[in-house]
Write a protein that binds this ligand. Sequence first.
Ligand code: AKB
Length: 312
Amino acid sequence: MERIMITGALGQIGSELVGKMRSIYGNDNVLATDIRQTADQSGPFEILDVTDAQRMHDLAKDFGADTMVHMAALLSATAEEKPLLAWNLNMGGLVNALEASRELGMQFFTPSSIGAFGPSTPKNNTPQDTLQRPTTMYGVNKVAGELLCDYYHTKFGVDTRGVRFPGLISNVAQPGGGTTDYAVDIYYKAIEQGSYTSYIAEGTYMDMMYMPDALQAIVDLMEADPAKLIHRNAFNVTAMSFEPEQIAASIRKHIPDFKMSYAVDPARQEIADSWPDSIDASAAKSEWGFKASYDLDAMTFDMLEKLKKKLQ
Ligand code: AKB
């Protein structure tokens, strides 16, 4: 990785990944792209609608990119509300990014998700290789995307790599339209209001990870020795699994009066119920040394510290 192009650079992951990659590879070697304009960039930035294959190809070529990191996508709850848009954007953007990578010989990364699993998948310690019959449009996109990345590797020799991210928690950019977003919002509301009303029901376990671990996982996988990669795409990665009461309890260690109530959103609850309670990341650990540094309490401490400074 020397010249990296990132799509969806203003999204939840992209807005921190750009900074991380610029700090490692140099500001001028990371091209950030997004469909929206921003005034706030420390290096090259271009407007890009990922469904525009020609512009994606031309930007990568003009920049001399050797790596494509494709992040632009609709998340699970929005994809359920706008399934056709999700199909066109998530699959159209992905195939365009893979094609540009094939044509220009770029290494390739894109994230899959725990959303690639469904109700018939084993719910606990979900294996790396298992049943994948998701019931959401987002999940359909993710499974198809995993297969498409495998195909571009075996058929065309593109160096495709990827992980299945759990819910990602960060204090920089807020997610939008995801099912796991409550686990970010709760920290903001804990500081702003001392209380939170969860749209996810008590007792609903989902895998999660703190953003610094997610960013490090992307860099580590992209830098990994290809000879050691058996899976390449869609590695299960996770740092913790919790239900809403556990995150509330973790927050109460710092804000003792924090109050939690519930107003369950049936649409997002249905999505959450179709996902695993916990996934097994042993393939990522053994094939490229994946390791998460933050557990729930370490993440809560850091989130509250950083958000207090940001919000007060
Ligand atoms: C979502 O909730 O849609 C995402 C995901 C788990 O992929 N955070």
